[in-house]
Design a protein around this ligand. Structure first.
Ligand code: UDP
Ligand code: MG
Length: 313
């Protein structure tokens, strides 16, 4: 199998037939073997009926249905597990991403040797105030924090080498940061391709303004998790020790001064309070690090979803 398309969807029944038809047309003309994995993220319209119906006509179409809405990241992760193609391409189900880009993305992975190629919606057809402007800001902060030079982290259209997908896990709302997760896993060759973006034809957007708040918090945690999740003590332990030692040295100094000169008043001095808080703070940080270590050793089940049905898998 050359290409696996992983398409997460939540209430997108109207788009599916057109989308699958278009993909089929593009890939059959280029003579590329493919599968389309449609992950129904607990839709409450008749998306799943649409998927079952499409599968009758085209056996390359496979489906996974979640019991409830777990979010795009969960849907992608489950699709990635099922994917068998050499190149795995994710795209949105709303037809804002054009299937015409697929052959070139596939070529960039197979021939140019990229591990990941991310789409860049240079010209967007979304509302300027709620999406385009916040998105620019979001992308520039993400570029700085992660050191990955992409213009459009949020783009649903991305292509991955199979090895990348099989070695990472996407959870929470981390789908925006798959390139970051992949970078931490050791895949560094990240490319970018300007892709055509289209206005939403059916249905409504599933993400509102909260995406930027959540996105930013996710960015903080992903940078932190990437760096320290396997060794929280290196972060907390270091700062904890520094604070503790600072507080402790000040305390020693105060105690010695008191012995030398008994009229020396301890509690009237700012340094006394600094010593006190700093020692306590240091111990707290140290403990947080220690607990973090224990937790990171047993973190099961962050990726188990209830799957209601499957077809073709
Ligand atoms: N999506 C999903 N689960 C969710 C929300 C969205 O699978 O909980 C899918 C959605 O159906 C679409 C893709 O993720 O295929 C991108 O969502 P949307 O088009 O609403 O985002 P936007 O284009 O507005 O950024
Ligand atoms: Mg969309």
């Amino acid at each position: 199998m050359e290409i696996s398309l992983v398409i997460p969807l939540y209430n997108e029944a109207e788009s599916l037939p057109e989308l699958c038809e278009w993909i089929k047309h593009v890939l059959e003309t280029k003579n590329l073997s493919y599968e389309i994995i449609l992950v129904d993220d607990g839709s409450n319209d008749n998306s799943w009926e649409a998927i079952e119906h499409l599968r009758i006509q085209n056996s390359s179409i496979k489906g996974i249905k979640f019991q409830r809405n777990y979010g795009k990241s969960a849907a992608l992760n489950e699709g990635f597990r099922a994917a068998t193609g050499n190149v795995i391409i994710t795209m949105d189900a709303d037809m804002q991403d054009s299937p015409d880009e697929i052959p070139e993305l596939h070529r960039m992975i197979m021939e140019d040797g990229f591990d990941i190629v991310s789409g860049w919606k240079k010209k967007r057809y979304d509302s300027t105030i709620t999406k385009n402007i916040p998105s620019k800001l979001f992308n520039s902060v993400t570029r700085k924090m992660t050191g990955i030079p992409l213009h459009d982290f949020n783009c649903g259209l991305k292509a991955y080498r199979k090895k990348v997908i099989k070695s990472i896990e996407v959870y929470g709302e981390m789908h925006r940061y798959i390139p970051v997760i992949a970078k931490w896993a050791g895949f560094k060759k990240v490319g970018e391709k300007i892709v055509e973006h289209r206005a939403r034809k059916y249905g409504v957007t599933k993400f509102g303004w909260e995406r930027f708040v959540n996105g930013f918090l996710d960015l903080v945690s992903i940078s932190f998790v990437g760096r320290f999740s396997k060794r929280p003590m290196h972060f907390f332990g270091l700062w904890g020790t520094l604070f503790f030692l600072t507080g402790f040295s000040i305390a020693i100094y105060l105690i010695i001064s008191k012995f030398i000169d008994s009229s020396f008043s301890l509690t009237n001095r700012p340094s006394f309070y600094i010593a006190l808080t700093s020692t306590i703070f240091g111990v707290q940080l140290f403990l947080a690090g220690f607990i973090g270590e224990l937790i990171s050793r047993n973190a099961p089940g962050k990726n188990s979803y209830l799957i209601e049905k499957r077809v073709g898998l």
